[in-house]
Design a protein around this ligand. Structure first.
Ligand SMILES: [Ca+2]
Ligand SMILES: [Ca+2]
Ligand SMILES: [Ca+2]
Length: 246
């Protein structure tokens, strides 16, 4: 009898001191939906649950480009393997963070976008000296770039390589977010100096113009994360969804 009382006493004590875990409060989602009657994309808080996008290929992932070609992102470097042989590999000084295989220039063929960091080189330095203005970046400092490559007829070719990006991109995706039938590039942007876990400061929408990407729209400043595209308004046009950590 004494043992039973002791056991009951203990369980009562445990119940009294361990409260059930509070239900997880999900960070609210925000939808930026294209407005044909206004400039840009209107924000709206949404209540329905959103499934975050699958992680895009990073660190030690293999992506099939075609039946005979794979992209191997291992550590910070990308290798293109064709028929079991290395066809191309990224410069050792690059830190390739993310791949996006998609039709970036709306020609019905897929390209490969690389989001990477590489050391800045004021090349040629004489350019800055001759024109009497300082280089915008310190030599050797890591800068964010977006490079787009094509794989055509067994050749890996650069289609477009950005200069250092003013507002580094932390995440990007592609889809037709204004319903005109052509893809836009949608990015989350940070500032240099922000930590890796810091939320993005802006959402931006870019469109291929034949020789590069033109900014279509940039969101108000905020604290954004987990970019994904889904049609939550039911109008057949993808909405830009982000979690709002502000
Ligand atoms: Ca294309
Ligand atoms: Ca579009
Ligand atoms: Ca929609």
């Amino acid at each position: 009898m004494k043992r039973v009382l002791i056991a009951l006493g203990l369980s009562t004590l445990l119940l009294a001191t361990i409260s059930p875990p509070a239900p997880a409060v999900e960070t609210p989602w925000l939808a930026f939906s294209f407005r044909s009657d206004a400039e840009g994309y209107g924000p709206a808080h949404i209540n329905q649950p959103i499934v975050a996008a699958a992680e895009r290929p990073t660190q030690a992932d293999v992506t099939d480009l075609d039946e005979q070609t794979t992209l191997v992102l291992k550590g910070c470097s990308l290798t293109v393997v064709h028929r079991d042989e290395e066809a191309w590999s990224s410069d050792p000084s690059w830190d390739v963070r993310e791949l996006l295989v998609a039709d970036l220039n709306n020609d019905d063929e897929q390209e490969v976008a690389l989001l990477l960091w590489k050391p800045f080189r004021s090349d040629p330095p004489v350019f800055y000296d001759a024109f009497g203005f300082p280089s915008p970046w310190e030599d050797g400092s890591l800068r964010n770039h977006l490079f787009v490559y094509t794989w055509r007829d067994g050749e890996w070719l650069p289609l477009w390589c950005s200069s250092p990006i003013a507002d580094p991109i932390s995440d990007l995706t592609l889809g037709d977010v204004d319903g005109d039938g052509a893809n836009e590039l949608v990015a989350l942007e940070r500032s240099y100096g922000d930590g890796l876990d810091a939320p993005a400061r802006q959402v931006s929408v870019w469109r291929w113009n034949g020789w590069g990407f033109t900014l279509q729209w940039r969101s108000p400043a905020g604290a954004y994360a987990n970019l994904t595209l889904q049609d939550v308004t039911g109008d057949g046009v993808l909405d830009i969804l982000v979690q709002d950590r502000g």
